[in-house]
Design a protein around this ligand. Structure first.
Ligand code: PLP
Length: 362
């Protein structure tokens, strides 16, 4: 089969959906034409076929292997994005007359709080809203009578990240949409991890759930089938038709990550990319970071120009260098350079070179 190639080299800093490795896209494109010599496209194949069941099993096994998921946990690929995860997580963990505890670290955490309130009582333990979510709150007390604590480990829009997970006496739930697979984690600290695929795992359309089986089934609620984690576990993520193509591409991407050397190897490169960019943001007198240094995200560094009068020149410069997607989120402004796993160090060097160029000409 002939190669399908891109016509243009772009340094893709998109916040999500985001960059995926070129070889993953190549294999995904091939599977759309014909899947593994079967005479069928992956898109026209039954999800109950042994070919697809193998894909699903492989994808789940790779999640377990790459994150060292301990025994007693299940891995699911469901639909609805992390935004359904906000509600689904509360539905599966908040007792009928119970309450959920939350830390409000910005837009996505606020989304989780909003959905949980539709089910019952919510206690917001801490918030960084007072400083436009530019830091991670610390030093709050976790109430022992809450059914769970919910954290958003990486705040994609504001560029903050939990670098230490607080020790938690109650079940811990985490939305890891934008930092899953970017660094090693201790899964045993969490009762539920969920993540929309389109930031570090694959294309939009599937959501991974990693859940401690023992923690489920305690709410006394009658949970709708599609949101019912024990039911989804009993059906191997195939209660209904799963999103076959997104799951296949996620599987390819996880294989790529394994070949790369796994999570510790990608973490090393992610740290190098972040050090390179933040180093320049801190050194270059034309730029400044906008979040507390100790809480800076490795995935979504945010920064601003000190002198807004340079905006037009700066924007022209990075666009001409083939950089795409560094305009800040519409709710924050400034710049956000999302540096997910597939972004090479070379792309960060191009951005840093642009920043140096701007300084020379200023
Ligand atoms: C992008 C994102 C979401 C929303 O994900 P959807 O899959 O679009 O619902 C939620 N939480 C975080 C941390 C995100 O980065």
């Amino acid at each position: 089969m002939s190669n399908i190639t891109m016509t243009k080299k772009v340094h893709n800093y998109s916040a999500g959906p985001c960059i995926l490795p070129a070889e993953v896209m190549q294999k995904a494109a091939e599977a759309c034409i014909e899947f593994n010599g079967s005479g069928l496209s992956l898109l026209e194949m039954s999800h109950r076929s042994s070919a697809f069941v193998d894909v699903m099993e492989k994808a789940r096994a790779l999640v377990k292997e790459l994150l060292h998921v301990p025994a007693g946990y299940q891995v699911l690929f469901l639909q609805g994005g992390a935004s359904l995860g906000f509600y689904l997580s509360a539905m599966n963990f908040m007792k009928k007359d119970g309450k959920g505890a939350y830390v409000n670290t910005g837009t996505w955490a606020a989304g989780a709080i909003k959905e949980a309130k539709k089910l019952g009582k919510v206690e917001v333990l801490a918030s960084s809203e007072d400083k436009n979510f530019s830091y991670i709150p610390k030093g709050y007390t976790i109430p022992s009578d809450a059914d769970y604590l919910h954290l958003t480990t990486n705040n994609t829009i504001f560029g903050t990240q939990f670098h230490d997970i607080p020790s938690c006496p109650i079940p811990l739930i985490s939305d890891m949409s934008s930092d899953i697979f970017s660094k090693t984690i201790d899964v045993s600290k969490f009762d539920l991890i969920y993540a929309g695929a389109q930031k570090n795992m694959g294309p939009a359309g599937s959501t991974v759930y990693i859940v401690k089986e023992d923690a489920l089934g305690k709410t006394g609620r009658d949970i709708p089938s599609m949101l019912d984690l024990p039911l989804q576990i009993s059906k191997d993520s195939m209660y209904n038709t799963p999103p076959v193509f997104p799951i296949y591409v996620a599987m390819l991407n996880l294989e790529w990550l394994k070949d790369f050397g796994g999570v510790p190897a990608i973490q090393k490169r992610n740290e190098a990319k972040a050090a390179l960019l933040y180093g320049e943001v801190d050194r270059n007198p034309l730029f400044k970071g906008v979040v507390a240094t100790e809480d800076r995200s490795l995935m979504n560094p945010t920064f601003v120009l000190n002198d807004e009068a340079l905006t037009a020149r700066w924007d022209k410069m990075w666009k001409e260098a083939g950089i795409s997607g560094i305009a800040g989120h519409r709710s924050v402004g400034g710049y956000r350079a999302s540096m997910y796993n597939a972004l090479p160090l070379e792309s960060v060097q191009v951005l840093v070179n642009c920043m140096k160029e701007l300084e020379k000409g200023a």
